[in-house]
Ligand binder design. Sequence first.
Ligand code: ADP
Length: 487
Amino acid sequence: MSSPLLTEATRIARDFDYPAAEVQRGVAEYIRQSNEGLAKENTTLSQIPTFVTAVPNGTEKGLYLAVDLGGTNFRVCSVQLHGDTTFSLTQSKIMIPRELMASGTSKDLFTFLARQIEAFLRIHHNEHFEAHQRRRRDGNEEEDLFDLGFTFSFPVRQHGINSGTLIRWTKGFNIPDAVGHDVCALLQSAIDDLDLPVRVAALVNDTVGTLMARSYTSPGETGTLLGAIFGTGTNGAYVEKLENISKLQSMKDAHYDTHTGEMIINAEWGSFDNQLGVLPCTVYDRDLDADSNNPGIQMFEKRVSGMFLGEILRRALLDLHNNASVGLFKSSTTSKVSVPSDSLFYRQWGLDTSLLSIVEADTTKEMKDIKVALKDHLNIENASDEDCQAVKILTHAIGKRAARLSAVPLAAILIHTGKLNTDDIVDVGVDGSVVEYYPNFEGHLRDALREVPEVGPAGEKKVRIGISKDGSGVGAALIALVASKDE
Ligand code: ADP
C-alpha cells in the first residue's frame, strides 16, 4: 500500500496531466492567435516580422562578424562559413561595466562596444584591419567591410533588416537617451568614429539566429522551418509566406526584399494564451504568477521554461512539506532529515530547474543522485527514499507537462504552414538547457505531437529535431550574410 505522502504526491501530480484533448484545444487556439498576430498589432502572439527573407542551405561562404548584447556580457565573434555546412568561430567575451549599463549616455555605451570590436579585430583580423586603415590613408575609397550581425536582446521595433528603435531597456540596463533611437545606427556611428572596417548589416533576434544556424548546419535539401528556444525563456521563429503577413501592408516605413516570397516571423510565443483560455492552470501556476513581477504576462513561458519549472516544483513540494499529515522532508523514527531554515527550499526562485533534470535522470533504486542534489541545491540532508520518490513523482509530472505543452506551437506551425503535406522531412532546430538536458523532453513532445490528428504518427515521423547551437554567433553571421545579399 502506498503511504500518505506518495498518495498525496500522486494526487497533486495528476493536476499536471495535460491530456490529448487539451493538447488539441491548445493547437487550435494557437493557430487562431497566430493568424490574428499576422493580421494586426498588439495581439497576444506578437508574430513580429523580422525582415529576414531567406534561410541558408549550407553552401554559404565568407567571413562575417557577430556581436551580442543582451545581458551582463558583450560577445564579439567572427565566423568563417566554409560553404559545406561547417564553420569556424572565434570569439571574445567582455563584461560590461555596471556604470555603462545604467548611468552613462548611449554614446558611452556604444563607444565601449565599438572599442571591443576594434580590439577583437586587432587581435584576430589584424591584416584586414590594417589593409583597411592603409586604404583609407591613401584615399582609396574602395571599401572592403566586414558585415556584422547585431544580436540585441531588448524590445525593439524593427523597420528593416538593419534598423530598429529601442522601445525600452530591460535586465538592469537604463540609458534613457537611447530609447526611441535606432540601435543599429547608434552602433554604426560609434564604429565609424573609430574608423573600423565594419558595416552593421543586420539586427538579430536570438531565436531567428537559432533557426538560421540550424538551417546552415542541418543536412539535406530543405531549409529549416522552425527554430525554438527552451532555455531561461521560450520562443520560436518560423518561415512564413509573405502573403500571410497582412499587417506588413500597414507598416508604412517597412523595407524588405520580396523575391523569396517568405519572411521569418518571430512568434514571441512565451505570451501565448495570456488570457488563460486553454492553458492548464494548477494552484501552483496561479500562485507563481501572482507572486511574479509580471502577473498575467508570459503565461505559456511560465509553464514551460527553465526560469519557472524549478519554482513550480518548489511550490508543489512545499505544499507537501507543510501538510502535517503527509510530512515531506520531516524526520521520523526511521529517518533524520534536516531542512535548515535558510534553505533555498523556502526561498522564491530557490530551486533551479537543473535539479529537475538530475531527479528525472536518476532511475536507480538508491536514488543517490537525487539525495546528493537535494543536499547540493537545497541543503536538505538525509532525505528518505520516500521523500525522493515524492520528489520524483512531481518532477516527472511538471517536466512532462512542459514538454507536452511545447508540442502545441510546434504542431500549430506544422499545420498552419502545410509543411506536412509533402513527403519531405520537416527540419526543426532547438536550443536551450531544458530541451537539451531534461531527460526525454523530446520523447514527451513527440508523444503529444502524434496525438494531434492533423499531425498523427505519420506527420510526427517527418519531423526532424536537432540541437542548434550558437544562434547569436553563427546565426547572426548568417543573417548578416543574407542582409548583405539583399542590397
Ligand atoms: P539561456 O536561455 O539563458 O541562454 P540556457 O539555455 O542554459 O541559457 O537556459 C538556462 C535555464 O535552463 C535556467 O533557467 C536554468 O535553470 C535551466 N537549466 C540549466 N541547466 C539545466 C538542466 N541541466 N536541465 C534543465 N534546465 C536547466
